[in-house]
Design a protein around this ligand. Sequence first.
Ligand code: AMP
Length: 464
Amino acid sequence: MGSVPNLLGMCGVAGIYAPGHDAARLAFFALYALQHRGQESAGIAAADGGTLRSHKEMGLLGAIFDEENLRELNGYISVGHTRYSTTGSSIVVNAQPLLEQSVLGDFAFAHNGNLTNTDELRETLSPGVTLQATSDSEVMAKVIVEGSGSMMDRITSLLERARGAYSIALCTKDELYAFRDPWGVRPLCLGTYGQGGYVVASESCALATIGANYVRELKPGEIIRVSKDGLESVMVRPGEKTALCMFEYIYFARPDSNFSGESVYMARYRMGRELAREYPVEADVVMAVPDSAIPGAIGYAAEAQLPYVEGLIKNRYIGRTFISPEQDMRSRGVHLKFNPVVENLNQQRVVVVDDSIVRGTTTPRIVQLLREAGASEVHVRISSPPIMHPCYLGVDMATYDELIAANHTVEEIRQRIGADSLGYLSLDGLVASTGRKRDEMCLGCLTGTYPNVPAWHASRAAPV
Ligand code: AMP
């Protein structure tokens, strides 16, 4: 993705409409549950029916917000955002929610996803429009500012024109809106809160955290508006083919989230079981690369009838390895992140399950750590197929040059990571594990076939 500027990538969004409640505080705790979706910056905007206020900074939520700045965000409506670190643009002006002024009044805008026709949309803006940030999100917000008619009309017109991935929470001084691109690439769910209150969030774990009741996913192309008149729903481009990102199931979502009632934990567990059926091996123990591969490793161990052990302890107080965009920091990050549990590894034939290999930075370090801890054999099992193609729809997945599986065979990768054997889950096994239909998912990073990606992206989609 290094050559593609202005990416916002994966993020967490939340929106609250809860009369009689402190909506900024609820947004804080909802975002707290979505911190895994982005650790670069975070922000909350809140409205009390009259004024819209916001606070945002670089860093983790717990460091940004305190009693004092939360108290200033008074009101019963809020939207919040946690931003994911991607290449470039790591500056506070890109933190969200974005605050915009329009003839309809101020609004706050929080986006998860990635547009694929940002330039086309930017060209439709009046020449006088100045963009403060460098993100596709700001272009979308400006399209709303420059639109005509009601807020609903403006958002409808945006959905008719914007391509790519976008799950968005937006609030004005007295209304909450949430909408999802017509392909439903990024998740966004709806819940109720207390008497007449509503919550939207990227993942259902955020609803569970604040005590909201999960109702359903927003449909692809759905716009909802919550106001004193209740909830209204409008569908835009309902005929588009659904394409929920498979990587949400593989890696990104929290395992305690559900998508349309399908548990992410159970999907990962089934991926592990299937992996054991596809790539069995004589071994003594099964372990995970914590945390995202734990359900998969437990599934593998259950199917293989081998003990599941903790082979690595993760330092939970440092961020994900991808937090630093620089390659040398990524490899150092692995050293800082894990220590082996020698007692579980010494003289053992170890199956180590991870959810994915992207650039191939993490896995060789893990294999080496396990060997240093005394493992007599290290068999690497990956609960996704090889990642062969970049993502244009929001996951920081690297370029063709960086993706190890785009440039090497499985046997070459095995040699590079120093494993005794290597097995990747099949595409069919992966799809079956999610309980979803194959043609309802975006499998772009695995197959190179992307939904809704216009020609200029498609031309980049072939390896050079
Ligand atoms: P790599 O070291 O580049 O091969 O990355 C693979 C490791 O990073 C695996 O342990 C994954 O769990 C994790 N991972 C995969 N995708 C991402 C992502 N988009 N952001 C952060 N970590 C990731």
